[in-house]
Design a protein around this ligand. Structure first.
Ligand code: HEM
Length: 206
């Protein structure tokens, strides 16, 4: 018997998410190439080093705009509740496979991750624009550009580390990748990992 399915993400939501993800991968690879000489060959993701230097900021703006769309779609699902704090305090139990609290659409870890992504995106955009030659940086003082580049590198490292955790969790929790690929999850998945969201979307008591 085929399990019943619940829609979690619409097609436009999924396309939006994968635009952000592809931009992120291109930016992380080309950014690492600028950051550390041993990774210089990674500029090849955009064809040549010169092209990588020109295209990287434009892809950054595209990622920011696509992420802003996600922000306006999901911010209200990511407001912290008492259950989320309990979830965060019980990470060890969660890692052992236990469910903690009456979780809504997202759990405490996903919510923390969401706000971390937002903070990194904002720092990356502002610092990236300040350091963007030839359009903006030429009008700004060099010490400011230096601080911006340091902030840019720190936010990029924090975002790369966060996304590694995000991707690991997406594969670790069986059935989650399907939500962002096909847009659906099973009743069992929703009941187990997001019981309050399950009750909200199905109207069922348990
Ligand atoms: C690169 C590989 C990536 C994979 C495999 C992946 C996978 C997923 C999956 C499976 C979900 C659904 C989780 C659920 O509904 O419980 C999700 C949600 C989400 N992803 Fe990704 N993702 C990736 C990259 C990114 C990147 C780079 C960003 C942004 C910087 C991002 C931002 C989000 C956001 C905002 C959500 C909604 C969760 C929330 O609002 O708390 N993802 N991702």
């Amino acid at each position: 018997m085929k399990p019943q399915l619940i829609q979690r993400y619409s097609a436009p939501e999924r396309i939006n998410h994968w635009i952000v993800a592809v931009c992120f991968i291109l930016l992380a690879l080309s950014g690492l190439a600028f950051f550390y000489p041993a990774f210089f060959w990674l500029t090849g993701v955009f064809g040549t080093p010169q092209l990588a230097r020109i295209i990287h900021p434009f892809v950054g703006v595209l990622m920011f705009v696509a992420f802003a769309r996600q922000f306006f779609r999901y911010w209200h699902h990511n407001l912290l509740t008492r259950d989320d704090i309990q979830w965060m305090k019980s990470v060890k139990a969660v890692m052992q496979g236990h469910e903690v609290g009456d979780t809504g659409k997202y759990n405490g870890g996903q919510k923390g991750m969401f706000w971390m992504m937002c903070a990194c995106m904002l720092v990356l955009l502002v610092s990236g624009v300040i350091a963007w030659r030839p359009y903006f940086a030429i009008h700004l003082p060099i010490p400011l550009i230096r601080v911006a580049l340091l902030a840019h590198a720190c936010a990029a490292i924090a975002l790369i580390a966060s996304i590694i955790v995000h991707v690991y969790a997406a594969f670790w929790v069986k059935g989650t990748i399907r939500a962002m690929v096909e847009g659906v999850v099973t009743h069992g998945w929703a009941k187990k990992h997001h019981p309050r969201w399950y009750r909200e979307v199905t109207g069922k008591p348990k």
